[in-house]
Each structure stands twice: as C-alpha cells, then as structure tokens.
Design a protein around this ligand. Structure first.
Ligand code: C5P
Length: 436
C-alpha cells in the first residue's frame, strides 16, 4: 500500500494547487461523505472552492464542465474518458476506470480492490487525512462491510485517534435510532422467521421477555437496553431461528459495527445509520444537508430527519412493489420499476432484494430524466467469485447505444435512451449467458 499512500500525497498537492476548484461529487452516501471530506479539508485550510452534487457524469455534464478551469471529481470521473476533454482535473474515485489522462487517485490503480477494500470516502481520507469517521461512513454505505484491507487501516487510525470504536453486537439496523418494535420487526438480515415484517409478533416478544419498550413515557432503542436485556433478546432470537431450521444463519445475527463517540447520539452515531442519512439527503436532491450533517453544523441533522423519513417511506414502497413484481428473465431477475420506483433508489431497492439470496443478478429499471431509462444492477459475492463483473458488462453494453454507465463488479448502473431498453436487455443477457 506504500505506493498508494505516496500517490495520495501527490493528489493532495494537486488539490491544493488549485485556486478555487469546483468540487463535484456523487449523490450516494459514499459520494456525499467523500465530498464532505474534501470540503472539510478545504475549509480547514481556509481555501476557496465551490461544490456541487450530481447523479451521473453524462455528456451534458461534461459539456457544462468544459468552461471550468479546475475541477475535483469525487466518487466519479474515473469511468468516463471524456474527462480528458476538460481543463485542470483531479479525480478521487474507486470505480472501474478507463483511459484517463488526468490526475487520478484510485485504489484500483494500486492493486487495492475499490469495490471491497476502499471506497471514494476512504480514498479521500487517505489523501487529506481528515474526518476518518466520514471515511468509514462512505465505505459502509457502499456495502464494504466488514472493513478489511485498506479500510481496516483507516479503521485502526480512527480507533487510535479515539474518533471511532468498534462494537460487536446484534447486526440489525437502527440500534441507536429505531424504536424497539420496529427495530426488531423491520430487520431482515438475517431473516427471523415469524418475527421479520411482523410488528405484532415483535411487540409480543418484548412483552413476553418483560423488556419494556418505553421508559418514562419515552420510546426505548436497542442501545438503551442493559446487558441482561440484550443477552435475553439475542438468545431468544437465536432460539427462534434454530427452532425454525435456520441454524447456519444464527452466526449472521451478530457482527461488527462502527461507532462515532464524538458525534451526537442519533443516526450519526453509528456508521450504517449515518450512511442512510447521507443517502436520504443526496438521493433526494439535498446533498447540501448531508454535507452540513457531515461537518457537524448546527441544524443540519434536524433538516436531514425529514429527508430520512421520506427516504424510508420510498424504500418501503419500493420493497413492497418488488415483492410482487420481480420477473425471471432467464439469465437475470428483472424489476421494471418505471412509474413505481424512483430512479434515485432503484439501485438501493435492487440491493435490498439481493439479500434474499438470489442466485442470479438483479436488473432494475426506472424512469430517468430527459427520455432516458435508469438501470441499476446488483449481484452477490458468490456470483462475483464465479466471474461476474457488472461494471464492465454495463460499460460495454451501453457504449454503442448512446448510454453512460459503469460501477463495480457487484453493483453497477447506467442511463440509456429509453427506446434502447430491449436492445440493452438482450445484450446484457448474452453477456451473462457467456458467464455460465
Ligand atoms: O445507481 P446505482 O446505485 O445502481 O449505481 C451502482 C454503482 O454504479 C455506483 O457505484 C455508481 O457510482 C455506479 N454507476 C456508474 N455510472 C452510472 C450509474 C452508476 O458508474 N451511470
């Protein structure tokens, strides 16, 4: 990793050689977290900059950026050769990259796996060495869990500086923020037969275990339980799973999570919950709120809460639609979300759907802007080990049909003209067939 760290130092020099760059970052959790790391570094140095968040780097965006003297792309840029047409550019990315002639810092160029072991936020952290917690949030938001490789090094530095602690606990989402009943009922990773998606049963379980769900008229969250209550709850869930024949899944109940003791005790206290806040802000067009939360500004979190509620509602709606509308297209599962699932979350919904152990990739589509279709694809680790590379497949498939796309082996996205959808699906199907 030494040559990578050296290159990070060079990237920092380039960044600070710019007089007043435009910082352009992606709209997902990793994009907002990495954007915030760069913003924070510029603020600390008292340097001028402008910032904007985009969904994708397409031809329109490239044309618009031609007039910019200096740009720092964060969590995008490495996959689009047209950046070569721009003026001074620094790219901080971790996506699969092509013939880029601009200064790029990307772990993939140094033999570090950008899908699994370092995201854009981790890369930005190693460039500027500030906001280690945000480095971890972006990684977790990009499903790089548990943290290994270069991510582990970042974690160790975070622990050493006392900005991060590692907890081994129940893996369910919302330990610090979700009311107990919802915490138990809406966690499906792993799926608990008879409890997941059953609020009534979850409520009854707490009653049977004599674990109060309220204290002094205020709802309790999992983090409020004492050790005895936690043990009782975990062992009961484990027993339910064993009784229902899910012995092999029991060990998935508990895992590592990353806590930020210097942050307030709300969704920003734990990496996974923090990443959902950033997704909610960025994907619903309010990255500036996400950046403000990252920077710990007053009122930032209050503004983010409303967006988080919308985000959760949309995801729930998306999952409900998915349950009855996933089609088997032979080489992949197909989810036509047009008119039902917003393009901003089609990828997240597909990712949630893969948790139900699909043996084929999922291809989801949604209505995009300007007569386009947004495509999101998700695979599993097993499929990647068998040779699946969705990022490459998408980049190749859309190149000849006027689209833009790319990403990682396990998760990739694209936008194409809407009339090209059948052509695209056939092409992708052929590529997946060759894999078998
Ligand atoms: O949009 P979605 O969440 O499906 O994207 C999955 C991955 O593919 C992300 O890492 C995203 O940055 C990448 N992607 C890309 N080019 C696109 C769309 C998505 O590189 N046009």
């Amino acid at each position: 990793m030494e040559d990578f760290f050296e290159a990070c130092g060079e990237a920092k020099k380039t960044a600070f050689s710019f007089k007043e760059p435009l910082i352009v970052h992606h709209h997902d959790a990793d994009g907002v977290a990495s954007g915030a790391i760069v913003v924070s570094a510029f603020l600390k140095e008292g340097r001028k900059f402008r910032r904007e968040c985009i969904k994708k780097l397409d031809d329109n965006a490239i044309e618009r950026y031609k007039k910019e003297k200096e740009i720092i792309f964060v969590d995008l840029g490495g996959g689009n050769e047209r950046v070569n047409e721009l003026q001074d550019v620094l790219i901080i990315d971790h996506h699969q990259t092509s013939e880029i002639k601009k200064h790029q810092i990307n772990p993939l160029l140094y033999g570090i796996d950008g899908s699994d072991e370092l995201s854009a936020s981790g890369t930005a952290y190693f460039v500027f060495r500030n906001d280690v917690d945000l480095g971890i949030v972006g990684a977790v938001g990009d499903m790089q869990w548990p943290l290994t490789g270069a991510n582990r090094k970042m974690l160790e530095e975070g622990v050493k500086s006392e900005k991060v602690t590692v907890e081994e606990d129940l893996k369910f989402y919302g330990r610090y923020s979700r009311p107990l009943v919802q915490f138990l009922a809406y966690s499906d990773d792993p799926y608990v037969p008879g409890i997941s998606y059953r609020e009534d049963r979850a409520f009854q379980l707490f009653k049977d275990l004599k674990i109060p769900i309220e204290e002094d008229g205020k709802g309790r969250v999992y983090a409020d339980l004492d050790d005895g209550e936690k043990k009782k709850l975990i062992s009961t869930i484990a027993n339910i799973m064993i009784e229902r024949g899910q012995i092999s899944k029991v060990e998935e109940l508990v895992g590592e999570s990353y806590i930020f003791p210097l942050r307030p005790r709300n969704e920003t206290y734990e990496a996974n919950e923090f990443s959902t806040v950033l997704n909610a802000c960025g994907r619903w067009g309010h990255a500036e709120v996400g950046i403000s939360v990252c920077l710990g500004e007053k009122n930032g979190y209050e503004k983010a809460r409303g967006l988080l509620q919308i985000h959760r509602k949309m995801l729930r709606g998306g999952m409900e639609y998915t349950a009855g509308n996933m089609q088997d297209f032979g080489n992949f599962f197909f989810l036509d979300g047009r008119g039902h699932i917003n393009e901003s979350i089609i990828g997240t919904v597909c990712g949630m759907a893969t948790q139900q152990s699909w043996k084929k990739p999922i291809v989801g589509i949604a209505k995009g802007e300007n007569a386009t279709i947004k495509i999101s694809t998700r695979g599993t680790r097993r499929l990647v080990n068998e040779g699946l590379n969705l990022g490459k497949m998408l980049r190749e498939s859309v190149a000849d049909i006027g689209g833009v796309g790319g990403g990682h082996r396990i998760a990739a996205g694209a936008s194409i003209p809407k009339e090209k959808i059948n052509e695209f699906l056939l092409m992708l199907s052929k590529k997946l067939e060759k894999l078998d």
